[in-house]
Design a protein around this ligand. Structure first.
Ligand SMILES: N[C@@H](CCC(=O)N[C@@H](CS)C(=O)NCC(=O)O)C(=O)O
Length: 203
């Protein structure tokens, strides 16, 4: 049976969200975000770095959120949530799918660490400020890209939207996603209205 290891408001939202979009039968294992659960001897056997998400599928373990999304799309043979291989749409899809984790998440991670997660004496204000500045730059880039479009690759929702949607959830929680980027805000609201997003976030 498919098992997804999840902690609220973390990248494991992506893993639960894709399971829900695909209508999969899976077990959600709830973990508290913090060393007690994530650095426990049992959990380190599944994820040696003590991070979420993780997914197990019988004997297989997959740890990266993007890899979990792609694995489940391929396992189910889903063609609705990703453009066909070899098409220009696929190229744009891959671009935004990977932008979501590789480019958008690092500045948001800096804000998370230096404005919220670390104990106050370990926070560096300049790192949080630089993260906010970079994240806003990316929200503006998305705003231009989304002009006249409902979804990042065009008319239909794909897994690239799901990958971006998690970053935008954090941007919203951090107060960075505002009317200053109206297309990005409307896009996030469109994603957040999906039943699968609500299931994944409890929002
Ligand atoms: N690139 C990884 C990043 C995983 C990651 O950093 N997860 C965070 C939560 S969003 C985490 O578990 N942090 C706990 C820690 O680093 O101790 C992915 O996409 O799954």
């Amino acid at each position: 049976m498919l098992k997804v290891y999840h902690a609220p408001n973390t990248r494991s939202v992506r893993a639960i969200w894709i399971c829900e979009e695909l209508g999969l039968d899976y077990e959600k294992v709830d973990l508290e975000f913090g060393p007690a659960a994530l650095q426990s001897e049992d959990y380190l056997k599944i994820n040696p770095l003590g991070k979420v998400p993780s997914m197990t599928d019988d004997g297989l373990i997959v740890n990266e959120s993007g890899a979990i999304v792609q694995y489940l799309l391929e396992k189910t043979g889903n063609t609705d949530l990703q453009p066909a291989i070899g098409t220009p749409e696929r190229g744009r899809y891959l671009h935004w799918f990977h932008f979501a984790e590789a480019t958008l998440m690092p500045p948001l991670g800096a804000v998370a660490q230096h404005a919220f997660i670390r104990p106050e004496e370990q926070r560096i204000t300049a790192v949080a400020e630089e993260g906010k500045e970079q994240a806003i730059k990316m929200l503006k880039l998305l705003d231009k890209e989304l002009e006249g479009k409902d979804y990042i690759t065009g008319k239909s929702f794909t897994a690239a939207d799901l990958m971006l949607g998690y970053g935008l959830l954090l941007a919203k929680l951090f107060g960075l996603l505002t009317d200053a980027t109206p297309n990005t805000l409307a896009y996030f609201n469109r994603l957040a209205a999906r039943p699968a997003f609500k299931k994944a976030t409890g929002k």
